[in-house]
Design a protein around this ligand. Structure first.
Ligand code: NAD
Length: 428
């Protein structure tokens, strides 16, 4: 986001235009879907701990809600821009549509840096955000969630403010709440497990046997750890993981050819997902500097750290053995690298399909909250498996039928579903 020349919204619109051309979308629907349906920009005055008043800028963008209430996180970030929020809201529309959830796409944000704010100040920002938009969000309109630098505590403050203003209990207003306070069991595991449910199905499609497969993973945070857990439970082996080192300001890969031990590595990982390299060495891991996770001799790559990781510069270091790339992170592959993967015939499960387990479980949380009746974890995970599996096959079947790259097929399904909902409602 520091790069001023990069505009995420322009990129999201370009991606949309490409697919709109591919499917010959009519002009009115294009005009409708290229821009958000609604957006709110507002000021949040906060009395700071030192007695002064500071005014923070807040946003909520509802890109589209033809298929159901808008859904998407709220970010607290010092470099937040409304264009970033617009892009993310649009991507949420495609993500909920490809997962076939009865939801639309939204995103919110506040320009602020939580590192320099006390807990009380953050509470005031959270409550102030709700005071500005509570009439335009809610369980039947727009359902927020945690995102960058916001967590379950922020969600609870926001819920409390919403319920104070509206005079009732509406836990379905917001997701990402703690279990016991309206949260769903299984949410912690959902994105990583969901990723591997799509990997399992892709292996059936590609005639690969998971017991014979070896994977390398970028990242060791929430998504990566639960992906590794499920992948190994299903019989696969992970030989390499990587993480960011705060002290050295660089990344390292941790390799053990006979398979990494998830519990052992968890024991030497900080709360930001950083693995202690000295302790890893003592445990018999090879510690490799930089992005060497990408060049391992493996069948499967799981980028689960952050965006812009598989690029024109390193894509040719990917081994010929790699048949499958499943994008746990958002936007890990640049368009240039994507073209190379497509040409090489690598099967890519695109991010907004592969990591849709998180929003799917948030949807389950919302359903449970609206009913005020909570499901056991097994039931949540079984429903998650069902949703991810059917989303995977609807994209794969279309890709097969029309000889499309998986990313294009996923976009086509998502955009066609949203366009159809707009048409059916008589909007276009
Ligand atoms: P996290 O903060 O828990 O973990 C991030 C991990 O990436 C950490 O282990 C960190 O050390 C590592 N990392 C950071 N920079 C790195 C680098 N240059 N090289 C190697 N490792 C690096 O985050 P998370 O929740 O696991 O999310 C990971 C990605 O998945 C993000 O792109 C996020 O947007 C996406 N995602 C997350 C969820 C979710 O439910 N958590 C849902 C959908 C998408």
């Amino acid at each position: 986001m520091a790069d001023k020349s990069f505009n995420a919204f322009e990129m999201a619109q370009k991606q949309f235009d490409k697919v709109a051309d591919l499917i010959g979308l009519d002009q009115a629907t294009r005009n409708l879907l290229r821009n958000p349906l609604r957006e709110y920009h507002f000021s949040i005055p906060v009395r700071m701990d030192d007695g002064s008043v500071k005014v923070f800028r807040g946003f909520r963008v509802q890109h589209n809600d033809a298929r159901g209430p808008a859904k998407g996180g709220i970010r607290f970030h010092p470099q937040e821009t409304v264009d970033t929020v617009r892009a993310l809201a649009m991507w949420m529309t495609w993500k909920t549509a490809v997962a076939d959830l009865p939801l639309g796409g939204g995103k919110g944000g506040v320009i602020c840096d939580p590192h320099n704010l006390s807990s009380r100040e953050q509470e005031q920002i959270s409550r102030g955000w709700v005071r500005q938009v509570y009439k335009n969000v809610g369980p039947v309109a727009d359902v927020p969630a945690p995102d960058v630098m916001t967590n379950a505590q922020h969600m609870l403050w926001m819920l409390d403010e919403f319920e104070t203003l509206t005079g009732g209990h509406f836990p379905g207003f917001i997701t990402g709440k703690p279990v016991g306070m309206g949260g769903s069991l299984g949410r912690t595991e959902a994105t990583g497990y969901g990723l591997i449910f799509t990997v399992r199905e892709a292996m059936k499609h590609l005639n690969m046997k998971i017991e014979d497969c070896v994977a390398s993973v970028q990242g060791f945070g929430n998504v990566a750890q639960y992906a590794i857990e499920k992948f190994t439970q299903l019989g696969g082996k992970v030989i390499c993981v990587s993480s960011w080192d705060q002290n050295d300001q660089t990344s390292y890969a941790f390799r053990r050819m006979d398979g990494i031990d998830l519990q052992e590595l968890r024991g030497i990982t900080d709360r930001f997902g950083g693995i202690d390299k000295e302790k890893a060495q003592q445990l018999g891991y090879e510690v490799l500097p930089g992005d060497q996770w990408i060049e391992q001799d493996v069948d499967v790559l799981l980028p689960c750290a952050l965006e812009n990781q598989i690029t024109a510069d390193n894509v040719n270091r990917i081994s010929d053995r790699v048949k499958l790339v499943a994008e746990g992170a958002n936007g890990p592959t640049t368009p240039e690298a994507d073209t190379v993967l497509e040409k090489r015939g690598v099967f890519v499960i695109p991010d907004f399909l592969a990591n849709a387990g998180g929003v799917t479980c948030s949807y389950f949380e919302q359903v449970q909250s609206n009913m005020n009746f909570y499901w056991p974890k097994d039931e949540v995970l079984e429903k998650l498996d069902h949703k991810m599996t059917s989303a995977f096959w609807s994209v794969t079947n279309l890709a097969e039928k029309r000889k499309l790259y998986m990313r294009d097929a996923a976009y086509i399904i998502a955009i066609e579903r949203v366009a159809q909902a707009c048409k059916d409602r008589g909007w276009v």
